[in-house]
Design a protein around this ligand. Sequence first.
Ligand SMILES: [Zn+2]
Length: 282
Amino acid sequence: MIRVGFRWLERGSCRHPERATISGGSLCPVDFPALVGVIEHPERGLFLFDTGYDSAFIEATTPFPERLYRWATPVDIGAGQQWKTWLDEHGIEEDSIAGTIVSHFHGDHVAGIGHLARRPVHCSRAGLDGLRRTGRFSGVRRGLLPALVPRGVDANARFFEEAPVRRLPGGFAPFTAGHDILGDGSLLAVELPGHCVGHWGLALRTTRDHQVLLAGDAVWLGKSIREGRPPPFVTTALLGNTRRYRATLQALIAADRGNRELTILPSHCADSASRFRESHAD
Ligand SMILES: [Zn+2]
């Protein structure tokens, strides 16, 4: 795989009881960061993997029924998380962003997509179709806020499902193949079904030669993988398909146990993010 620069940065967070995200978790509210991957391709520019929270999320969840989403998962978007401020803080030039890669269309992953809707958006066709078909009430129940995703995204979408399939290096087993979204083998999208319709992860190799699998919301916490503790049925059944979710979790557990060099990064796990930054800083 072509190596890419990679940083894993927080953009906003939300709070809910840990027990909503992992079996046997605490009932105390816990902060869950929304993590954004900043991928620096040696020739093609910067790509963001998801966008985290954004002030657009507050606007989209001000009316009812969308307000219920914000009540269910209270968000924290500080001044430093505003788009331009966040870019500046991390030394990212907006013009250098070549495109976005979307793991799935839940509001906490695409709230900032409006800033990037004129550039290529690599995403799942099934996920975008599902977003466009959903009603306001059913969308809120499933974490979807169609107002966050401008129609321009549809015109600029590049679908994972249509990208050529390539073999993954052995270090990602039992995941054996991914969809080559740039056509050069650098970024391979891997379907991780169960969390919601059109939920995908991303396999990459960093410039420091670490293999990374961005897992989106296939789990909320890394310890779900390490300890084999899935989210509770009530959460996975509400959002997606529990049977498929648990099959994906088993594959992630096997990947984690079988590949010592592989780092799996869930999109909301503060612990996995800080471990990664300490040991794999790029
Ligand atoms: Zn999420």
